[in-house]
Design a protein around this ligand. Structure first.
Ligand SMILES: [Zn+2]
Length: 106
């Protein structure tokens, strides 16, 4: 089993604000769609086409702290997901189906 935050330690030296480390950061996707000036885009998890109404933004630390999500995608043979989870600190645009499936939304 992979500890989500151990992934980070392999690549960078991160100092965590204790308050933020406990944060669960999921928000509406309006600003994402406005910033990129698009009506639809793809879910970062399943590649399904999504709109702002059927997606959410999940912040990178929240994704990395989701043990079941990290365990699932760290088992990919290519290792691409493991590297992606460890190195990429951009937000994840996620369809609400995946957000529910992985426990980011209740
Ligand atoms: Zn999805």
């Amino acid at each position: 089993m992979v500890d989500a935050l151990e992934l980070v330690g392999d690549y960078v030296n991160v100092v965590w604000d204790p308050d933020y480390r406990e944060a669960r950061d999921v928000s509406v996707a309006d600003e994402y769609f406005e910033f990129f000036a698009v009506k639809t885009t793809q879910c970062d998890v399943c590649n399904k086409a999504v709109t702002m109404d059927d997606s959410v933004v999940v912040y990178s630390l929240t994704v990395k702290q989701n043990r079941s999500f990290v365990d699932r995608f760290s088992r990919e043979e290519s290792g691409v997901w493991t590297q992606f989870l460890a190195k990429d600190w951009s937000v994840w645009l996620m369809c609400k189906d995946d957000a529910h499936k992985w426990g980011f939304l209740y």
